[in-house]
Design a binder for this molecule. Sequence first.
Ligand code: NAP
Length: 318
Amino acid sequence: MRDTAKFGAETTASEVAEGIDLSGKVALVTGGSSGLGQETARVLAERGARVILTARDLPKGEAVAAGIRAATGNQHVEVEELELGSLKQIRAFAERFLARHPTLHILVNNAGVMACPPAKTADGFELQFGSNHVGHFLTTCLLAPALRRAAPSRVVSVSSRGHHMSPVVFDDIQFERRPYDKWLAYGQSKTANVLFAVGLERRLGARGVHANALHPGGIMTELSRHLQSEDWQFLQARTRGMKFKSVEAGAATSVFAATAPELEGRGGLYLEDCHVAAVNDAADALDGVKSYALDPQNAERLWEVSEKLVGERFALSP
Ligand SMILES: NC(=O)c1ccc[n+]([C@@H]2O[C@H](COP(=O)([O-])OP(=O)(O)OC[C@H]3O[C@@H](n4cnc5c(N)ncnc54)[C@H](OP(=O)(O)O)[C@@H]3O)[C@@H](O)[C@H]2O)c1
């Protein structure tokens, strides 16, 4: 039995996965073309999984996959094109994926955009909610047959402590009746990531498909591409001088959620620093999960809204 109590903010993804054998397993990592997705894919490949990473920029993804194959010696690392801001592209991707991979053991919903200027997806959804949540909702629901066939299998929802900034505002998700606020939009999308794990767990947990959400920490990646200097000041003040993690440590909680034997059979949780986090509803909380993000009624409401947005119902349960 390993000692997970020693895992913390500085533990790396490779350390978390040490000794875990993923040979014969199929893993899909969205947004594998940079940052945490790239490192998550690398470590899953290092443990022997067949890894498919998605990229919206294929040459960028191919270069990352080639680097992972060279670094790990695992030749089963592939790239698939996926733009989460297009329902049409997601459907085409899911069809291609299911034709090639009847089983999917690990799905890491990692891709994300943060604090971008106002913009919409191809289907007219606010960009952060549309790509961070709706895109992953449709991808996961379409791939559910492969997750069920592979059970026990796992879905990992990469959320953020940014979920503290906003619940899902069901009365105006798309910012039609309030001014667009890039941080409230990011927070809302990241709360949706947690609620999606709760809703998915309720539907598939009994079938051996478990879903958990997590905050990876604060890590310097391309996620900050839209930030201006005043945004950095805002974040530093909000987090009271947060200490940044390395990318290797930033991917650790994703890899923990994807592989840890300690989480076998468990779902609907929110993790940080490789541990299950507690509810923390204090206004100035620096850690923990908001109760609105774990609320089963909010999760059900979000599920219904998401089905309407994608125009398809997914009962998933038997
Ligand atoms: N870094 C942090 O401090 C931090 C903190 C909390 C949570 N997170 C979460 O961690 C996850 C990974 O972020 P990161 O820090 O690794 O950022 P990153 O380096 O910017 O990586 C994000 C990935 O998502 C992809 N992506 C963005 N929008 C997409 C879309 N519409 N369709 C398909 N792919 C899309 C990007 O593709 P391109 O390469 O084409 O841009 C990239 O591969 C995100 O969900 C983020 O919210 C990060």
